[in-house]
Structure formats: C-alpha cells, structure tokens
Design a protein around this ligand. Sequence first.
Ligand SMILES: NC(=O)c1ccc[n+]([C@@H]2O[C@H](COP(=O)([O-])OP(=O)(O)OC[C@H]3O[C@@H](n4cnc5c(N)ncnc54)[C@H](O)[C@@H]3O)[C@@H](O)[C@H]2O)c1
Length: 442
Amino acid sequence: MTNESLSELSIKIESNKAVVGIIGLGYVGLPLLQAFYLSGFSVIGFDTDQLKIELLSNGQSYLSHLDQALINQMFQTGRCQVTGDLRRFSECDALISCVPTPLGENLQPDLSFVEKTAEDIARNLRRNQLVVLESSTYPGTTREILLPVLSAGGLRCGEDFFLAYSPEREDPGRKNFTTQTIPKLVGGIDDASCKLACSLYSKAIRTIVPVSSAEVAEAAKMLENIYRSVNIALVNEMKIVLSKMGIDIWEVIEAAASKPFGFEAFYPGPGLGGHCLPIDPYYMAWRARKLGVETKFIELSGEVNRAMPAYVVSNTTLALNKFAKAVNGSKILILGVAYKPNVEDVRESPGFTLIEMFRELGAQVDYNDPYVPQTRKTRRHNLLMKSIPLSAQMLASYDCVVVATDHSSYDWQLISNNAKLIIDTRNALKHAKNRRAHIIKS
Ligand SMILES: NC(=O)c1ccc[n+]([C@@H]2O[C@H](COP(=O)([O-])OP(=O)(O)OC[C@H]3O[C@@H](n4cnc5c(N)ncnc54)[C@H](O)[C@@H]3O)[C@@H](O)[C@H]2O)c1
C-alpha cells in the first residue's frame, strides 16, 4: 500500500492518538463510545437529539443497562465530549456511524438517516479519515450509497480516505457478553480500509473477524438476524399447533434442547420487537425483490411473527369467554411493554400492539412496566399512558392480566396469587405454586 494517508492514520491509531467520533448515541453508539474511551482514545459523540447531548454532558445516561458511574467519569476527564455540531466531524480521524435504519410505511428500507449522515460526513471529509458504517442494512449499502457520496468531492477511497462496514451485534441487557467481548466483523471497501478498521477496532474489542468485503459483513449481519427471525417464527408456529394438541411448547423446547448438537433453543412469544428482528429481514427481502428474487422463508417468518399478537388476543377472548365475559368492557392489564426483559426499549413492542388491539375491541387497558414509567408517541404507536403500580389489590381488580414481557423483577407468585385470569405468553409463571388453573399459556 502506497500511501501516506494510510501510514499516517495507522500510526495515530496504533499510538492511541486518533480521535474517534461516534455518530448516533443510542443503544449501539453509546456503548461503543464507552468502549473507545476505555481503550484510551479521545472520543467525540455526535447526536442530533439535543436532550441526549444535554443529559450526557451532565454525566447522565438515558440507558439504564449502562454503568452510570462510568458515564459520569467519562465526562470529567476531558477525553470525552458530546455535541450536536456535525461540523466537528472534521476533528475526528475515525467516524463510526450508528444511526437508525428503520422501515418505511410499506416495509421498505428507510435509509434517510444513513444518507443524511453520509452527506454530513462528505461536507466535512478530509484526507486521512476512516469512515465506518455500523447500522444494520442490506448488502451493498456501504459501496452503493456511502461511497459515491463520500467520493463526490474528489477524495479517493483507499488512498485519501478509508471506508468499511462493521455490523453492530450489541444485545442490550445481556450479561455474559459486552461490547468489548462480542467478536467484531469488519469488511472494507478495499484492503487498506479493512486493515485500518481492523486495527482501530482491535484497540477496543477483543476479537476482530476480518472478511473479504463490506458486502460480506453486511450480509452476515442480515443472516444472523434472519436466522433468529425464522427460528422464532418456527417455534411460534409450533406453539399454535402443539397447543391444539394439548402439548406444552416450552416443555417440548426444553426436551429438544437436551440434544447436545444440531438444535438451538428459540422461544415463542407475543410477537417480535426491537430495532433489529422485526426490521432487518425486510431490508433483505426488499433488496432481493430488486434483483428479481423471491425470499419465501424470510417473508413467511415475518408473516408468522406479525400474526402473534392476534393469536394472543384470540386466546384472551376465549379465556374470558369461559368466565362469561367479553373483551368488550373487560379490564385488561398488560405486564411488560418493553420488547424484552430488563431493558426500557419499547421499539416495535408487541405489548403496544396488544394494547391497541384490546382497545379496539372495547377493553379498558392499562399496563405495568418497571422500566417504562410512561409511554410516548413512537413511529407506529400513539399511546400516552402511565405505568400502573402493581399490588395485590390492583392485580385483583383486572378481569385479565396478560404477561407480554417477563422482567426478572416481577413477583410471579404475587401475580399468580391475585390475578383472576392470566394469559402468559412467556411461560413466566412456570414456577408459580397453587392456583394454576387460571394461568393460560399463549
Ligand atoms: N439496538 C440494538 O440492540 C441493535 C443491535 C444491533 C444493531 N443495531 C443497529 O444499529 C443501528 C442503530 O440502532 P440503535 O438501537 O442504536 O438506534 P437508536 O435509535 O437507539 O440510536 C440512534 C441514534 O442516532 C441519532 N441520530 C439520528 N440521526 C442522526 C444524525 N443524522 N446524526 C447524528 N445522530 C443521529 C438518534 O438521535 C439516536 O440517538 C440500527 O441500524 C440498528 O439496526 C441495533
């Protein structure tokens, strides 16, 4: 490799003198900012959300699973800054983009955040900069969307600046892996870009897995998430079939998981949530359609998973019917509106879909979630509700309690002892003693 840019940037990275900019300080970007800070780099976090910038500047985290003391410490040393001023991109030697990649109205990729960030970077791009995209997206995005925008000013990729893709595999709330210990895939637009990105990430992350191109890294991320989506759809479908046969899906999964090879346990639920699984398969399907290829598995898994809230509503209707009650006029309490246990993330939450569906049928619906004291307007839902405090008396006042998310802080025995009827979509009450007849797995 010829060039001065490469060696200059390489030396800065190796000597920890590079300034690392993280764009988008959400579930992915904020832990990454911490990881580079902890590895000794000066870091600048960028976000267009002024509230996040203000909170962080005051040493406060808005993500409860992150170490609050560390956030506090980061902003006292002068080695970590956050800003909404995107012109400061030019101060950074490496820029890592972690902006959202949602779906549009018709389930098509919405790359507007990625495109806008590419334009903002391009306006400030200088020689010797490394740009990495981490947002989940279909194969080809880095080369087809970012590269032309960044090259438009005349700087050449692989010589003047460098461009790579490295998918984020963050799993908020997971205890056995952290940003530092989840292996990091890196694929460059060219060899020089891949090498530089690998050397940067190796400073903060234990295991780096270089691949031959940005496209391989992008496709690997899609495969990981589609694999989960398809397998969750499979157990959701099995749940419906087995339930008709009077067989408990959770016991079946436990039994199958005793096989030490060839089977990985996935669990059914009230539907998919979060920023990845309900979205990423559609990125791939859209891309495939553009190439004239049908993605039957991918689309079918989306269809099955999207139908799960309706299945839960239908089971609730039948269960209430046994008590001579209709959904219309019943009081229903949803437990857990975060899309998974022990986090506050409500994006694409099936809990919200359940609330809306029960309301449409005329129920009076409340929710409790220790992680979500109140709900705000989201892209898909407009629910302005407050979490109801849990007590024996409160639980007893509802016609039905629907367990949508099994936060570990819930006292399942209290819930079982006091609720009149429980629809359990997570097998959360598996250990509850006594009075089990009123618990219906769904
Ligand atoms: N959340 C996860 O667990 C997870 C896991 C793996 C991959 N991902 C992927 O990572 C990406 C980011 O996800 P996330 O969960 O961190 O999203 P997020 O919504 O939590 O965070 C994105 C942040 O980007 C900011 N932002 C938006 N436009 C911006 C701009 N132009 N400039 C600067 N900041 C901007 C937003 O204000 C927000 O704070 C997505 O592509 C997602 O699919 C997420």
